[in-house]
Design a protein around this ligand. Sequence first.
Ligand SMILES: [Zn+2]
Length: 477
Amino acid sequence: MSFIQLPFKKTVSTVTLAFMISASPFSVMSYAQTVDAPLTEVETVSDTVQSIIDSAMAGTQGYDITRDLTTEIGARMAGTEAEARARKWTVEKFKEIGLQNVRIEPFSVPGWERGVETAEVISPFPQNLFITALGGSVATPDGGITAEVVYFPTFEDLESAPEGGLDGKIVFISGRMEKAPDGAGYGPANRKRRSGATEAGKRGAAAVVIRSVGTDSHRFPHTGQMRYASDVAPIPIGALSGPDADQLERMLQNQEEVELKLVLTPKSVGDLPSGNVVGEIIGSERPEEIVLISGHLDSWDLGTGAIDDGAGIGISAGAAKVILDAGLKPKRTIRVVAFGAEEIGLKGGFAYVEAHKDNLDNHVLATESDFGAGLIYEVQSGVSEGEDILKAMADAMDIPFAESKTTNGGPDIGPMSDKGVPTMRFQQDGTDYFDLHHTPDDTFDKIDPKEMAQNVAAFATMAWMASEAETDFRANK
Ligand SMILES: [Zn+2]
């Protein structure tokens, strides 16, 4: 149920053509020198762009990579042995598709392991509920916590509750997340996940359960990272599936008191290795200048991390494969990054900025795919110069350009965006993304190969056009 037309076939507009010819004067001769063999009748840059789009739209370059990653590795939680295997797998895959300078840039992350997780209504209506611990949560004491439930319809209700009064209680924070194509409901809904334990802990509570941050009505709870404030004693926190949160709400509406037994036994396991996997198509004329395309390699442990974010790895590496398979030689270096440990706090994004702090000025444009594999319906700009190139990119793909929106491009490239690296974003239709996000239901079967192909085409087009552009997308430099 998409409201977007899939652009199977398009022709490059005369505006794009005129722009590309004037902005980046190419003769047939000089162009021919930059191409190995396969494209024989190429006469203009626009033909190259069209050939990139056609090859991606007709292909399964990204889909295949995502299928193999999620099948051969499965879940890839930050810092785990599975994430380490995924790094090795990605190094091999990057080499296989022809990327150069393939390497792992290591860093370490705080390890956390899920344990037993049960929630049981003791009274008035004894029964089990489906729950999962939030990432980073502490455990319940031996024997679990059995206590009265105190209900807060929303996180804001808890925030505005007076200090104290919740001593020894289990706080239940409900609140539904709204569906939206751009996932706009996630930020507001996520506040209870991030800060619920702190706000309840301040008021004396023993534990917290939240309605999952998600938009489905399946009986899968959604995990995700939480945080503790340094000045509040940590208490355990878990998420109930939507239908189980409904169940608890009905009981609370009808009864004076609901007693819940909660057992969560996750544990912190000290520092563990993680890393970013990097590979490049080295630029033929300006190799030190970098166009960066990316996704994140880690996932939560419940599903196989297909939409979050095996898709982003497939889309970015698949885009590079399209360019490599065509024998094209970009002027600038196209760098593909598979970030590690995104889910537990953008660890890979911050480690990248630290490792490359001396040459962030050479990063001309960056983007990331981390919102599933749904169709792109909008191009958003985070550049201060050269926006006409982004418009030409959007035009080549028949995707509307968002005139008034700005973006930092994606979670892992947020830290480099903060340091001045220009970014852009292909906004995907994520209407159903939060039905699956961080649940056991995040599996490969949810990905539509045609929709994914459009994403690969867009990434390949972006990487190619930015690598050929004269601008560095920065004003006043
Ligand atoms: Zn993600």
